[in-house]
Design a protein around this ligand. Structure first.
Ligand code: ATP
Ligand code: ATP
Ligand code: MG
Ligand code: MG
Lengths: 227, 227
């Protein structure tokens, strides 16, 4: 499903160049459950943003489902992102003036799903993360962990083939985190591909493969025994 | 240092009332290191916001260093907050258009510290969290964990007597998290009082006392053996 070839990302700070990602070559097959770990600043979110077509690499190649992401038009890329990929961002990226329900329904608006169906699917997604009773709340009226769960529901509402989750349990207590992981395992069991950044070993143990980053490089790629 | 008596916080949602905190009575002495745990939505951040005078209780009493916080004027309360309390917010609350250095120096601006001293102290605080080489970066140019460390540096720059840290290691990898905890232990060893929300047992193990919340109530208050 995912194939990268010597993917690099550099940020330019005035005259300085900051290499966030260096020559990352990796394949992720459909149905895999991949955990991504590494120290703060090691390139995990940068990697995720490139996988999701949310940013462009400085150099290197990237095939997503056979399509060369670098050569897709903005519209084609946006369509793939919206229909095939679910994102859970490290900082949630919820719309502040929008209710939980409408935040979750947002991907469906882009997909032109009819209003009634949008509502029903968004409600189901909120129910799957235990927030049925909070659908009309704004993000400011929710705890940190509740906001994170809204972000997770939004990532799942379009039934994406590929889920990119950047620290999806960072703001959650252990029990809620394990409930979310059970949800992700179920989705993986249904054939969805999951790439998940975490720095919690208990969370990573749910995956069947572990990528480790250090200073922008992929330093380790190992199968793991699933917990 | 902290004394609360039946502290309650209710949020009103139209005709609904949501009790975020219910009858919390607790004392925290100077020099204690207190961990606060509990499920998502159990009232931890609400409690922290009330302790820091950032929000008002619906009912109940609160003495901070002998002063009745509910009776302080806005100016007196702001002064106490700025000079005595360091905050690490769950969502960091960094100013987006401001460099790391200037974010860290902000409390010193309010304290009217001279510019040269502000800069020196902010640089030291950034050094203590391992971000000396990033002082001119904006929050958008920093990883999630790096932003969190800027927030921690800002909390410490005024040498506060009381540190209120709401999940200060949530976005950090384990090693960086333990480095931050070593820093907090050092500060506690110097007499500073620390109240820290976390859902990571390894982090909580650094404290000498544990408060547990559930559905807005303080359900457990226990001494722990420090790790
Ligand atoms: N501004 C607000 N308006 C309405 N309800 C709120 C508001 N802030 C918090 N709440 C609600 O109050 C309850 C307690 O929230 P709080 O943020 O204290 O929880 P928490 O223990 O910090 O959770 P988490 O671990 O998810 O951060 C939650 O149900 C939350 O939705
Ligand atoms: N927009 C940007 N401009 C400049 N530098 C950036 C930008 N985004 C990220 N960086 C830098 O690139 C490096 C990698 O960042 P990235 O966010 O990928 O790290 P991460 O592994 O996700 O870290 P964390 O665990 O703290 O979230 C870091 O040094 C970061 O400061
Ligand atoms: Mg990151
Ligand atoms: Mg909270």
């Amino acid at each position: 499903l995912i194939e990268t070839l010597r993917l690099c990302k550099q940020y330019r700070m005035g005259t300085q160049v900051l290499p966030a990602l260096r020559d990352v070559t990796v394949r992720v097959e459909r149905g895999e459950f991949v955990a991504v770990m590494g120290p703060s600043g090691s390139g995990k979110s940068t990697f995720m943003n490139l996988l999701g077509g949310l940013d462009q690499p400085t150099s290197g190649g990237y095939l997503l489902d056979g399509a060369d992401v670098g050569r897709l038009s903005g519209l084609d890329l946006a369509r793939i992102r919206n229909q095939k990929i679910g994102f859970v961002f490290q900082s949630f990226n919820l719309l502040a003036r929008t209710t939980a329900l409408d935040n979750v329904a947002l991907p469906l608006v882009y997909s032109r799903v009819p209003r009634r169906e949008r509502r029903a699917r968004a409600e189901r997604a909120l129910e799957s993360v235990g927030l049925s009773d909070r659908k009309h709340h704004l993000p400011t009226q929710l705890s940190g962990g509740q906001q994170q769960r809204v972000a997770i529901a939004r990532a799942l509402v379009n039934h994406p083939l590929l889920i990119l989750a950047d620290e999806p349990t960072g703001a959650l207590d252990s029990r809620t985190g394990e409930e979310i992981m059970a949800l992700f395992e179920r989705l993986n069991g249904e054939g969805n591909t999951i790439v998940l950044v975490t720095h919690e070993p208990d969370i990573a143990a749910h995956a069947d493969r572990m990528l480790r980053f250090l200073d922008g490089r992929l330093v380790s790629d190992a199968r793991v025994e699933r917990a």
